[in-house]
Design a protein around this ligand. Structure first.
Ligand SMILES: [Ca+2]
Ligand SMILES: [Ca+2]
Ligand SMILES: [Ca+2]
Length: 388
């Protein structure tokens, strides 16, 4: 394990700070955690997602339970894939197939061919230039890959499991301390892409920095959809057509909270926050306060009923954690319930899965279980609910 982590660290050093961000960059030192995350598209966009989850069998995976993961009563976690080198993002295809990206540039297509809930096989689907921080599937089986400054499309897997062809549709996006991360298709058929700031706290010169971008699926007509987002990481549409995104708050000296935001066209989400360092002082206020230095990254909307009723219509957020190493910050998955009121969306954030080692993405699988990509351990966990 350590050896593999060192390998990842070496890779990250090579990729430099371009990868840094989402997360772990919150502390003062440029450690492995600092140079890591940045991630993920998610899930249930009914009109566009191949992997739109539907309720299904709720069997327990044929894997040993993972007691290190602490969950609410009735839930259990299982390791269903491992030995991944810094998994950053998950996209569910369905029928036992899941794509997982590694920071270094490889995307694997994990297969559960015997339907026991464990991915016992994997195909090397495609390799692109590092660092991958988001992937999204479209119904024809093509996979959109977000990696430093670029978006690459890999067409559906051939018989051997590899992508049949690869083409780059976007290049030259501004990047630096952060880069382009998660991506998702909207109900309008457009591609939405997060693009982080080039710095911790500065005035950007390129209007595409610190934004959510919108573009055509072929890469044309790229435009700024929303701005003032320091490092928007993952985003997802809910069935009502609204767009939501996580955003990583600033490091000291202008430390600000991580956020869940409701993203609307043309709106300013407030960053940079100095002078004053108040994330609530200007721009659209966040829907949820996800805490200081948590590196709130991967985002999934839970719209099925395999979990108890209270979870339907809520969000799960993977919190990578602080690069200060403080185990009490992040390193967990939180659940965010959002309720619409006359005063706007009101939130309730609660811990869901503790004991993780730098989780970066979450995705709802076809059977309603929750998959977690744990960057630090190189594992994919499946979280199920049995009620007992
Ligand atoms: Ca995601
Ligand atoms: Ca299996
Ligand atoms: Ca904000």
């Amino acid at each position: 394990m350590k050896r593999r982590l060192f390998a990842v660290a070496g890779l990250l050093a090579a990729v430099t700070v371009l990868a840094a961000c989402g997360g772990g960059e919150k502390g003062p030192s440029a450690t492995l955690a600092a140079a890591t995350p940045t991630s993920r598209p998610a899930t249930p966009v009914p009109t566009t997602s191949v992997g739109t989850p539907t309720p299904g069998p709720r069997g327990t995976p044929a894997a040993p339970p993972a007691p290190e993961v602490k969950l609410p009563a009735g839930f259990a976690a299982f390791v269903v894939a491992e030995n991944l080198s810094g998994p950053t993002s998950i996209a569910v295809e369905g029928k036992g197939k899941v794509y997982v990206s590694e920071l270094g540039g490889v995307v694997w297509r994990l297969r559960d061919d015997n339907g026991d809930g464990v991915f016992e096989a994997r195909d090397r689907f495609v390799e692109v230039a590092p660092s991958i921080d988001g992937i999204a599937l479209v119904p024809d089986g093509s996979l959109y890959v977000s990696h430093t400054g670029r978006v690459t499309v890999a067409s559906a897997a051939s018989a051997g499991g590899a992508a049949a062809s690869v083409r780059e549709i976007v290049s030259g996006l501004p990047n630096g301390r952060h880069q382009n991360n998660g991506l998702a298709f909207g109900p309008d058929g457009k591609l939405y892409l997060t693009n982080g700031s080039t710095c911790n706290d500065c005035q950007e010169s390129d209007p595409r920095s610190a934004t959510i971008l919108r573009l055509n699926p072929d890469g044309s007509n790229l435009e700024v959809f929303a701005h003032g987002l320091r490092n928007p990481y993952d985003l997802t549409f809910t069935p009502d057509g609204r767009l939501w995104a996580t955003d990583n708050g600033a490091d000291p000296p202008c430390a600000t909270i991580d956020e869940l935001n409701l993203i609307e066209e043309g709106k300013d989400y407030g960053w940079p926050y100095s002078p004053g360092c108040d994330a609530l002082a200007k721009g659209v206020k966040p829907v949820a306060n996800l805490g200081y230095f948590t590196s709130s990254d991967g985002l999934a909307y839970y719209d099925v009923d395999a979990f108890p009723a209270g979870y339907r219509g809520s969000f799960f957020v993977a919190q990578y954690g602080a690069n200060s190493g403080d185990p009490n910050i992040g390193k967990r998955v939180v659940n965010v319930k959002v309720r619409d009121t006359a005063q706007g969306p009101q939130d309730e954030v609660t811990d869901f899965a503790l004991g993780l080692d730098h989780p970066l993405d979450v995705a709802v699988d076809q059977d309603g279980s929750l998959l977690v990509a744990d960057f630090g351990s190189g594992k994919i966990y499946r979280i199920t609910y049995s009620g007992s």
